[in-house]
Design a protein around this ligand. Sequence first.
Ligand SMILES: N=CN[C@@H](CCC(=O)O)C(=O)O
Ligand SMILES: [Zn+2]
Length: 411
Amino acid sequence: MKQVFTGIAELYTPRQRLERAAFAVQDGRFVWVGAEGSLPEEYRGWPRTDLSGRSEGPSAPGGRRYLGVVPGIVDAHTHLVYGGDRLGEYLKRARGESYEAILAAGGGIYSTVRATALASEEELYELAAARAALFLAQGVTSLEVKSGYGLLPEAELKMLRVIRRLGETLPQRVFPTLLAHVVPKGWEREKYVAMFTAELIPEVARSGLAEAVDVFCDQGAFTLEETRRILEAALSHGLKIKLHAEQIAHTGATKLAAELGALSADHLEQSTPGDWQALAKSGTVGTILPGAAVILRKPFPDARAMWDAGVRVAIATDHNPGSSPLYSPWLGMQLTLSLGRLSAEEALIAHTEHAALALGRTDLGRIEVGAMADFVVVDSTYALEPLYRWGNTPIDSVYIEGEKAKDLGKV
Ligand SMILES: N=CN[C@@H](CCC(=O)O)C(=O)O
Ligand SMILES: [Zn+2]
């Protein structure tokens, strides 16, 4: 497929801002990006798609107006597959009960584990696909999806099969991750870690059901030592690694992530300048999860200081039924502007280019030659307007590999 896209008022690559831009796409990738007026001769005869919208606004020849375009949003941390909900827990926490106490009493993650066990693969698939449609409507073109609400080996594999089916059927690109979340009730810790490292990880590596392994290294979950064992097992089986780090307590997980060359260390609410230095040195992405930080009333990660320390800061929704029932990457970026002190341009980089690095990809989250042609057409002349309008995200359309994504769900 060959196509030239025009009608763009403002485009963020995301590092560069172009006015009256255009780009050419061939076989799902950008092959040329620049000013519309300087479209090279070789692309002039290609079929054209004018992205201008019909809504009212400035610069509107023929009643149309040129629109803003940004790269497809990348969500590098989600728990999209789960049964049930945690509304009751949410209301309790809003009255002051703590996430940690609810988890320790066998609720929280454990209650989602019970609800997920009761749901069939078909039900879990339908629920997750409906959530993914809402994400698509927000411009999310690639997303990571974790297991972790199964805990028992067969239940984890069941989640991973659902994630594989999502990858086969959704318009978006799906990155599957095996998550060591908590020790199941009734298991000895040692036996569980031994099973995870000696049976589950090899089975997942063999079957190709996950690309990465993640561990919730925290108070109430896995210790630093257990985390190291799980991650080293993952590496020895050729899987990538990432971590839930420094969310509730400071455990040293961020430095472990940096030491082992993890793709990313995520959460970071309790992280320190020493942790940021380690991330900056290793190149491990620091992914902040504004939904979980704000909803659980934890310290908001100091994204500004992290960025200035040289960390490649990413933002993700951490969509899950407990700590972050967040469906909007834009809200995550908005919170990071206000509470994490990133600029709007930096927040966009964090949810596109840097988020792609957290998936190990340099060809996603960018509008540049060689990258996958995933992009979001903003229903405004101003490409950054979705960051300005809180709770009313102006999205016109979403393209994945140069094709208009259908089924934009209602938001
Ligand atoms: N922190 C651990 N895991 C999830 C929360 C899962 C849950 O509460 O169900 C997170 O990233 O926030
Ligand atoms: Zn998470």
